[in-house]
Design a protein around this ligand. Sequence first.
Ligand code: DC
Length: 206
Amino acid sequence: MIIAIDGPAASGKGTLAKRLAAHYGFHCLDTGLLYRAVALSLLEAGQAPSERDRAEAAARTLDLSRFPESALKAPKVSEAASIVSAIPEVRTALLAYQKDFVARLPGAVLDGRDIGTVIAPQAEVKIFVTANPEVRARRRFLEMQQSGGKLSEAEVLADIRRRDERDSSRGVAPLKIAPDAHLLDTTAMDADAVLRAAIAIVENAK
Ligand code: DC
């Protein structure tokens, strides 16, 4: 079984994907980490994330295990990842790895922006997770504070809005809800309620 989870920045899709995968004993891939790793390789080499050739080369030679997840989640990497992910050659270079992952048995949960539309349009279950930007910013701000983050809540909100705009308006594989996706608005839900709602969607699709 393939479960495709898409949604905007800080919508809780990563947490949901991990918990759903644990619940069903499925493999889990946070596809944002791929774009983040490309972005971090460029930043480390002193290159701009908008440099197409360099970004494509970084995507083709990507070694995810080089980077700890904490480094990939840094705010400057989020912004750079959003920029590299709008480069069509970068997306093409990362396609095969994601398509192979989808086929893993007994099942796979992937989260990102284009899972239900491009990576796995054949997924049995598609969930589009969203929440209003203020709530997403608040959750991300509290999370960042725990790990010593220095951004204010207003700055986190501005970052989220900027990324939403770029990720939704780019020409290739923009963030959009697949016609057959279930919309899960988590604005007024906690993580346990989100998991319960998602399990109900999966059980219904079996
Ligand atoms: O999900 P995330 O915030 O970790 O993703 C980081 C950036 O990567 C995001 O701004 C857009 C991009 N991304 C994408 O374009 N397609 C995906 N499937 C996953 C992430």
